[in-house]
Design a binder for this molecule. Structure first.
Ligand code: MG
Length: 154
């Protein structure tokens, strides 16, 4: 199976439970993430991360900084690769101010990762914490699980 994870609020804490981390220093993984992901890898599953980083379009960070943060947590959980979308339709940076088929709730990042691993939608699960995550999974035709349910939180 291919397990694809949202980043903010799923693998790492949001700041004050609200906004996503804007720096690597702010980015703290949930305690339950590493043991669960290690167990999945031990069973032979593939792991990947798919993350909207619309903060780039607003100028909160550069695209390079966003990639560093996503790559950092992907490496931490033992994921093979990741996908990022930095556009936002309301962004302040002209070049990144747009919708994208890769931006959740579109399914583009999940579809790309399924092709990157050569797996079917029936072999893929997307794990996230927001309605846009559920919608992206639906758009890509894969199973969705809430992070709280997947990691046994609460
Ligand atoms: Mg999230």
């Amino acid at each position: 199976m291919l397990y694809i994870f949202d980043k903010d609020g799923t693998l790492v804490h949001n700041i004050d439970g609200e906004r996503p981390a804007n720096t690597l220093d702010e980015q703290k993984p949930f305690d339950d993430v590493l043991p669960k992901c290690q167990a999945l890898i031990a069973k032979g599953h593939y792991l990947a991360v798919a993350s909207n980083q619309g903060g780039v379009a607003f100028g909160f960070m550069t695209a390079a900084q966003a990639h560093i943060m996503v790559k950092h947590i992907a490496d931490y959980i033992g994921a093979t690769t990741y996908a990022v979308c930095v556009t936002h339709p309301n962004g302040r940076k002209k070049a990144a101010k747009r919708e994208s088929r890769f931006r959740k709730p579109q399914g583009g990042m999940i579809e790309y990762l399924m092709d990157a691993f050569g797996v079917l939608p029936t072999e893929t699960v997307y794990i996230g914490d927001m309605d846009t995550d559920r919608e992206a999974a639906e758009a890509a035709g894969v199973k969705f699980m809430w992070a709280d349910e997947f990691f046994g939180r609460k």
